[in-house]
Design a protein around this ligand. Structure first.
Ligand SMILES: Nc1ncnc2c1ncn2[C@@H]1O[C@H](COP(=O)(O)OP(=O)(O)OP(=O)(O)O)[C@@H](O)[C@H]1O
Ligand SMILES: Nc1ncnc2c1ncn2[C@@H]1O[C@H](COP(=O)(O)OP(=O)(O)OP(=O)(O)O)[C@@H](O)[C@H]1O
Ligand SMILES: [Mg+2]
Ligand SMILES: [Mg+2]
Lengths: 259, 259
């Protein structure tokens, strides 16, 4: 089972868009795919028409199960979407209280890992969307994943923040003693602005080891898709953004095969 | 003293850009202005060349002072920038642990409010930049401010998130029993995409009471300014983005005068 976490402490860099788009592309290939929303703000959850305020059972329930000494089980919590082979484990705003309530308790960093272990027969792929903040939710994603994608907007402020994300990653790897294979994905690339091109060059100079050599371009179709509540791959085959994500997926599947 | 918090749980909507740009415009008028960075990711801090990883004293020190039973004092912590009348209270990545360590302790929501009370003779304006997550840091901003600005990207996913931000605001107002005057500011408006225009229309239909009637347009100059480490008002008088922020500031100063 592929478990890909999509994380970056910087906000608005395309984490949710990446999780949904890659998940949708994989489901269109006929592979059973689960999208997990770990962001209390619930962008992914509301994208598929669920309400993060409703308090309905989802990720938060898993933490409550674990805190009560039970084995976390998602079977009753996973929701279907209107797209074949694509299901969602939803977020709720109550998750914003988890750090305060459970943060220092033993084992709360392994809730998601435990949950996904019992789902390995049912899903080929799991995409985990993270909140833009380091806390128990992001730690869960990093502990559960076998690959980490870091979307980085091709602009200066976001590049400064990348060092911090990589610093966080090193910290987590040291405490969990597991290496996490990561890939930096340049997003929201605007070929008309000089600052975008310069930022991309800097990325290649400073991070080339773990950098995907493509870019995800700015594509207004993503906004249209979110308006329609459809993942963009379900709306268009030819959009520039989709072709870029398809190239990214091929790169990821190729390099996964080698491992 | 004007204390404006700039908050939204959705990431990447222009919070830091709004705090820096409004702060810079006010400092160019000769008014002493303090920028406070409450985001552990430290976008505002690194914009001005400081390092949020360095652990240097800043906002985090205020929380430690309060937790140790002292009155929080920022006098030694505030840093100058290379711009007249503009100073910064910096963030550090250690702030990401505050919810876990201090979240449930009494009074930790009032650290910033207490700190700013002793600075009212020194600054005419305080802009407080918030992290994209509900927690003790955002609660501090809402408790300390006398006005709240909510930047909202003019696109569908961000609109869905606005309800959650307003819901959070109601919750905080109820528990603090203070009304917080808020203004919704449409940002990253792209006049070429249909989805942007439709989102703006929805904003006017559903939120017109607390909505600024202007928009902040997408302007590539903001990316250039962040690359140069300069607030955009220091680089350009005529940029579209600056004219829009100037109109926003006029609106804010006019409506503040009435209160
Ligand atoms: N390639 C793209 N082209 C154009 N718009 C995009 C692209 N990718 C994402 N967007 C838009 O940019 C905004 C931010 O994207 P998204 O919400 O996926 O980021 P995020 O990192 O998940 O944000 P958060 O930090 O709030 O979780 C959204 O409005 C989305 O529609
Ligand atoms: N009006 C604008 N035109 C073009 N780019 C903009 C504009 N406002 C902000 N940006 C760019 O959009 C990105 C997000 O802005 P910013 O970092 O201010 O958002 P934020 O809400 O503070 O994000 P976070 O949630 O991470 O704190 C930045 O790269 C910034 O340069
Ligand atoms: Mg997101
Ligand atoms: Mg910010």
């Amino acid at each position: 089972m592929r478990i890909w976490a999509i994380a970056n402490q910087k906000g608005g860099v395309g984490k949710t868009t990446t999780a949904i788009t890659l998940g949708a592309l994989l489901s269109l290939e006929g592979e059973d795919t689960l999208l997990v929303d770990l962001d209390p703000h619930g962008s992914l959850t509301s994208y598929f028409g669920f309400d993060p305020e409703s308090g309905a059972d989802g990720v938060y329930t898993l933490f409550r199960q674990m805190a009560a000494g039970q084995r976390p089980s998602a079977k009753e919590l996973i929701r279907p979407t209107s797209f074949a082979h694509l299901q969602v484990l939803t977020a709720s705003t109550a998750m914003a209280t988890l750090d305060r309530q459970l943060g220092t308790r033993e084992g709360m960093g392994l809730v998601l890992k435990r949950t996904l272990q019992s789902l390995s027969a049912e899903y080929r792929n799991v995409m985990v969307d993270c909140p833009p903040m380091l806390g128990v939710l992001m730690v869960n994603a990093l502990a559960a994943c076998n690959r980490l994608l870091i979307p980085v907007q091709t602009e200066f402020l976001a590049l400064k923040g990348l060092d911090r994300m990589l610093h966080t990653l090193k910290m987590i790897q040291r405490s969990r003693q597991i290496p996490i294979d990561h890939l930096i994905v340049p997003t929201l690339f605007d070929r008309h602005t000089e600052a975008s091109a310069q930022s991309l060059q800097r990325l290649h100079e400073h991070y080339h080891e773990n950098l995907w050599d493509g870019v995800i371009p700015v594509d207004a179709k993503f906004r249209e898709a979110s308006m329609a509540g459809l993942p963009l791959p379900m709306m268009s085959d030819t959009a520039r953004g989709i072709q870029a994500y398809r190239a990214l997926l091929e790169f990821l599947l190729d390099s996964t095969r080698k491992t």
